[in-house]
Ligand binder design. Sequence first.
Ligand SMILES: NC(=O)c1ccc[n+]([C@@H]2O[C@H](COP(=O)([O-])OP(=O)(O)OC[C@H]3O[C@@H](n4cnc5c(N)ncnc54)[C@H](O)[C@@H]3O)[C@@H](O)[C@H]2O)c1
Ligand SMILES: [Zn+2]
Length: 357
Amino acid sequence: MKTIQSEHYSIHIGNDSFPELSNYLSEKKYSSVFILTDENTKKHCLPIFKKISGLRHQASVIQIKSGEKNKNLSTCEKIWKALSNANAGRNSVLLNLGGGTITDLGGFCASTYKRGIDFINIPTTLLAQVDASVGGKTGIDFYNFKNQIGTFAFPKAVCVNPVFLKTLMERELLSGYAEVLKHGLIADRSYWKELLSSSPENFRKEKGERLIRHSIAIKNNIVASDPFEKGLRKALNFGHTIGHAVESASMKSKKHLLHGEAVAIGMICETYLSRKCCGLSSEELQESASLIISVFHPEKIKHSPQELIRLMQQDKKNREAEINFTLLSSIGKAEINNSCTNELIEESLRYYDGLVS
Ligand SMILES: NC(=O)c1ccc[n+]([C@@H]2O[C@H](COP(=O)([O-])OP(=O)(O)OC[C@H]3O[C@@H](n4cnc5c(N)ncnc54)[C@H](O)[C@@H]3O)[C@@H](O)[C@H]2O)c1
Ligand SMILES: [Zn+2]
């Protein structure tokens, strides 16, 4: 097991990370332990967790329905109700066993229940392992807007066990891979080069643990420099301005895109904007766009540029009316706080559509 130290908590990574957690729980003498799962993580991950964690506490399981469409206020009510019915006090702890939906929801519910109880993230998807479980952002969707309500709240610990990725559907593995590619693009050229000749499936193999650790370290370093997103942390938003708009629009349609699928589209468009506004070379634009297309085989965007721009204008990352972009000046180097004209944004969406036709 290897541990990455964040300012507020430790991130334990490896197949043997659970005994560490069990010791931690015993030391803290929590009055009650709750495990938040959805139907899939209850089936695939809870038995593994119970078997190898050596948990000495009696833990109550709170089960919610899986998926982004349930990352909302009514699911929070169910979680808060379950905690209240079990008389959970301030000295309780919530273990979030699941993907980013569970860690976002669980973190939010824990950080607001009785003005905040401890929570620990045990991420079970690639996306949650390399991204959502680390960094202290919690939240839920509201009124069709992604993560509209939320808190900055740090877990007490994060335990990342790659074993969980074995039962993950391929589409979900790919969704997490989008954030992995983003880490290379914004901060680490040699990692990007490694990914160029790698494959998402490698994350389920032995070398997966090292790759996961590398991605977490990139995210953790960026967050450490700016935990509350006043500046540098915005580097992590690369691909997310257009990505979130595409994701939000798809939430209203029949064919929901996964977070990473939308971010992959966003990264292609924003790489184009990087070429136009930020000095990215045409070779690097081509290299990154073709890798993303070859991994994701994305489809044409179903929504009009005007609808997407409207959604981007409502993004909470904006300052006043301007749509805020993180762009690349080269692969491995992100530049924050860029703005682009609506015409250029539309052009980037057309560039993307041209690539996938
Ligand atoms: N807080 C942050 O910093 C941050 C960062 C990135 C993404 N996010 C959020 O994360 C969410 C997406 O997370 P996600 O992609 O992990 O999706 P998810 O949590 O919805 O999980 C995807 C699906 O996989 C299932 N699943 C989870 N683990 C499994 C396993 N080991 N085996 C089999 N099935 C399993 C789940 O039940 C679900 O059906 C989005 O809401 C996004 O906004 C948050
Ligand atoms: Zn993301």
